[in-house]
Design a protein around this ligand. Structure first.
Ligand code: B3K
Ligand code: ZN
Length: 889
């Protein structure tokens, strides 16, 4: 819980540590009431610190200190002092061994940070500052130490005892306990420490590295989950091979372990050689897991594995540099997933997340650059900005340098900084040094928050046979940053002529062309306003802009409907094709809003419908692309477009439009549905995933018609599917319809799957996201369901998180009951799990976007939370910043 005055920490105050810890020896005695931790720290003054005689200041929180000794001499109480999270020993030698004994209570640790218990097993989560809940330490990433860890525990209850690195000793003790000793040869910061003790079974495999070393791979799970590890294991091996082939990175130990735990605050954690995973990100089998679930497992397994180099071998100097490891690693895992599946689909999924969640964060009270300047609670900065926008920044470097120079840059980065804790600046310097590309102005992406807007117009000069793109950039003010310097924006373009893409030649420049056929180019937008003239253009082209979403910006070009239809039908860039469909959909929604407001029927444009009809009927197109193009822009995306956001009006207009589309295209939808049905055995490959996603998109449209034949389709699919993707899609369609069968479907689903917590979470989520009136009451009822447990973050996310974050029309009920519900849950969770509480709060922080009545009700909830005694620093930071006045425009 927070101090009286929660303090802000500034990047500009960074100082090197006054002391270093060369080796860390830890001994754990795990018990049922409490556990004992004994540490032997080999400490010496940091020669780089220049702080002669400085006191030793260690971090520690919620610890019971039993004894403290230096070089074997026990310290008296007057030799140390404690205040807040700090233990201060005023007088210490140049170099010494500190022995410290603490008692901790993992059983009572509900924050899931530090050492805690989950389903009877002990496990740890130390990033960012959880190690200080285990013992007193210099808990900062620039203090790197070689760890030896001894674990003693009851042999019956905890047959498996794991930590980082290599197993160096095991011993059976006479009193029913046993002991293992682990040693990790690679120096690491405390945030990468991990310990696991429990009754676990494992699936084993091995991987031969590029230099012929065999690595033992193990995934530890509860016995009942042994049949759900194959996909994670295959993903791990694919990731290991991919990192060798694409980045030249080889794994560096003989053993790599993954452990699955039920209670986990996020997806997974990259502890050196002992990754700890949320069960939701490792377990998968077709009967219980959706396609999205399979893809998430693949992506997260790869992400954590890739951290072994981008994060562990080269780590962060301080937590302001978090994007150094997270942005880079997300970029790496998204490229990996693209290579394993469909690159365009992956890109569209990533862009969708960015344009909804990240753009919203960038436009809200918590907006921060990918390298923040300050924070109160670092846990609040594991954000879509640091992760996903951070990955976009690395992607832009990749685009500006090209793949070969980028690879040279990453090689140089790893070579220069192996074993070090470094900064984002070090990464950029390596990229510059290896490529010769000047990234001075590009650095603004690291220091400035907010989503830049690019306004582009085109001028065709028939006489000169030239086409000019006029580009101007701006970036809205964000808290603490009222004006922004121009960004260096890579703008990838092509010009479409009647017969295809036109060759590009910039006026006054010798060939500066990226693609082999000269028809695609990256423009370096660096000024506030800038023009680019292409010569030799003998027809009025349609510009294809921001291809592949080459920069995380909002692009504005005044396309006609005909131009958008052309891009949607035939652009060779998959992202631009999809984006054109979204712009057309947006125009339809705007008209539908006006129609509904005027009390008229919603009638989609005939050309738009014709394009959708063609998409549905063209069996040669990638089904996943078709599915994504047929889906109208989401309500979350629309909330980024409209000011103010009238949630209910947008929802009703969008639903009316969906119904009109379903009515007009029902024959084609049915035909498409039937075409996509298949009885091939399930595989989580791109082709099958595409087919299922198109089929289920068609089903969702057909169910809007609410007729008997659609209900029969959904019912049959629900009852007969052998995979969870189809079964859940059918359940979702039924739950959102008036079909009387839905109650029975929900009941039988529960009956069948009650023994599978991850499946029941999907059951919670489907109900929490139901668009029909009454969802809040349903959710409130489910909070008392025996399968719900507010201490389990997955369940909280499935029920409370999904309702508040993804069920706009019910969360924003006009009576404010949705807001009040969230306020109540945040207040409860603030006491047990502050990280989850502050995550959950996000929908309320966006209050400024909505209509005045909603604003008032949302604000009142934030005020109510702020008035709570004992607010955690996590919740305090988010609530207080959300209520602060700031000038955004
Ligand atoms: N590095 C961890 C995230 C830790 C979050 C701590 N609050 C997972 C990841 O990004 O790989
Ligand atoms: Zn990560």
């Amino acid at each position: 819980m927070r101090d009286a005055q929660p303090s802000t920490i500034y990047l500009s105050d960074y100082q090197v540590p006054a002391y270093l810890i060369d080796t860390t020896e830890l001994a754990f005695e795990l018990g049922e009431d409490s556990s004992l931790v004994t540490s032997l720290l080999h400490i010496r003054r940091n020669p780089a610190a220049n702080q002669l005689g400085a006191a030793l200041v260690l971090h520690g929180t919620e610890l019971e200190l039993l004894s403290l000794a230096i070089d074997g001499r026990v310290l008296t109480a007057s030799e140390w002092s404690q205040s807040g999270e700090q233990l201060v020993i005023a007088d210490v030698p140049e170099a010494f061994v500190l022995r410290c004994e603490t008692r901790i209570r993992p059983q009572e640790n509900t924050s899931l940070e530090g050492l805690y218990k989950s389903s009877g097993m002990f496990c740890t989560q130390c990033e960012a500052e959880g190690f200080r809940k285990i013992t007193y330490y210099l808990d900062r990433p620039d203090v790197m130490s070689v760890f030896t860890v001894e674990i003693t525990a009851d042999a019956q209850r905890y047959p498996v005892l794991l930590s980082n690195g290599n197993l160096v000793a095991t011993e059976t003790l006479t009193d029913g306990r046993h002991k293992t000793v682990w040693q990790d040869p690679f120096p690491k910061p405390a945030y990468l420490f991990a310990l696991v003790a429990g009754k676990l079974s494992c699936v084993s495999d091995s991987f031969r590295t590029m230099n012929g070393r065999d690595v033992d791979l193990k995934i530890y799970v509860e016995d009942k989950d042994l049949d759900k590890c194959d996909h994670a294991m295959a993903s791990l091996k694919n990731a290991m091979r991919w990192d060798e082939e694409v980045y030249g990175r080889e794994y560096d130990l003989d053993i790599f372990n993954i452990v699955a735990v039920d209670d986990f605050n996020m997806g997974a954690m990259e502890n050196k050689s002992l990754n700890i995973f949320n069960t939701s990100c490792v377990l998968a089998k077709p009967e219980t897991t959706t396609d999205a679930g399979f893809q998430r497992v693949e992506g997260v397994v790869a992400h954590e594995y890739f951290h072994n180099w981008s994060g562990n071998r080269v780590t962060c100097r301080d937590w302001f540099q978090l994007s150094l490891k997270e942005g880079f690693t997300v970029f790496r895992d998204s490229e990996f997933s693209a290579d394993m599946g469909s690159p365009t689909v992956k890109r569209v999924e990533d862009v969708t997340l960015l344009r909804t969640a990240q753009f919203a964060e960038d436009a809200g009270p918590m907006a921060h650059p990918i390298r923040p300047d300050s924070f109160i609670e670092i846990s609040n900065f594991y954000t879509v900005t640091v992760y996903e926008k951070g990955a976009e920044v690395v992607r832009m470097i990749h685009t500006l340098l090209g793949p070969d120079a980028f690879r040279k840059g990453s090689d140089l980065y790893f070579e220069r900084h192996d074993g070090q804790a470094v900064t984002c600046e070090d990464f950029v310097l390596a990229m510059e040094a290896a490529s010769g590309v000047d990234l001075s102005q590009f650095r603004n992406w690291y220091s400035q928050a907010g989503t830049p807007k690019l306004s582009v117009s085109g001028d065709y000069d028939a006489e000169q046979q030239s086409y000019t793109l006029n580009v101007s950039q701006s970036c809205p003010a964000t808290p603490g940053q009222s004006s922004k310097a121009p960004f260096h924006i890579p703008l990838k373009v092509a010009l479409l002529g009647e017969a295809g893409q036109l060759p590009l030649q910039l006026l006054g420049e010798s060939a500066n062309v990226e693609s082999a056929d000269n028809t695609e180019m990256v423009l370096n937008v660096t000024e506030q306003t800038q023009s680019f003239t292409f010569t030799g253009i003998n027809e009025l082209p349609v510009p294809s802009l921001l291809r592949g979403f080459s920069a995380p910006v909002k692009l504005d070009f005044d396309y006609s409907r005909e131009q958008l239809l052309r891009l949607m039908r035939g652009d060779s860039d998959g992202f631009c094709r999809w984006d054109a469909s979204q712009q057309l959909g947006l125009a339809e929604i705007k008209r539908a809003l006006a129609d509904v407001a005027a009390g008229q029927n919603v009638a989609p444009d005939a050309a738009y419908l014709a394009a959708c009809r063609d998409l549905l009927s063209d069996g040669s197109l990638d089904g996943a692309m078709v599915a994504m193009m047929l889906q109208l822009p989401s309500e979350a995306y629309l909330a980024e477009i409209f000011h103010p956001v009238d949630v209910l009006a947008i929802h009703h207009a969008r639903e009316a439009l969906r119904l009109a589309i379903a009515t007009a295209l029902q024959l084609e939808l049915l035909d498409c549905y039937n075409r996509c049905c298949s009885d091939a055995p399930y595989a989580a490959d791109a082709e099958q995933i595409a087919q299922r996603s198109l089929k289920n998109t068609a089903l969702a449209y057909l169910m809007l018609l609410d007729n008997e034949s659609a209900r029969e389709l959904a019912t049959a699919q629900f009852e007969n599917s052998e995979n969870m993707t189809d079964r859940l899609a059918a359940l979702n369609a039924l739950v959102n319809s008036a079909a009387p069968y839905k109650a029975k479907a929900l009941q039988s689903f529960y009956q069948n799957w009650q023994h599978e917590p991850l499946v029941i979470n999907q059951w919670f989520q489907v109900q929490a996201m139901c668009r029909l009136p009454g969802s809040l009451e349903t959710v409130q009822g489910l909070m008392n369901h025996p399968a719900f447990d507010i201490r389990n973050p997955n369940k909280v996310r499935a029920l409370i998180g999904a309702f508040c974050g993804q069920n706009g029309v019910n969360f924003h009920r006009e009576d404010g009951a949705g807001y009040r519900f969230l306020g109540d849950q945040v207040i409860i969770l603030n006491r047990s799990n502050p990280q989850i509480a502050s995550r959950l709060l996000v929908p309320l922080t966006k209050w400024r976007k909505y209509l005045p009545a909603a604003q008032q009700l949302m604000c009142a909830e934030l005020q109510r939370i702020l008035a709570e005694p004992d607010l955690s620093s996590d919740v305090y930071e988010v609530v207080s910043k959300s209520l602060q006045d700031y000038d955004m425009e």
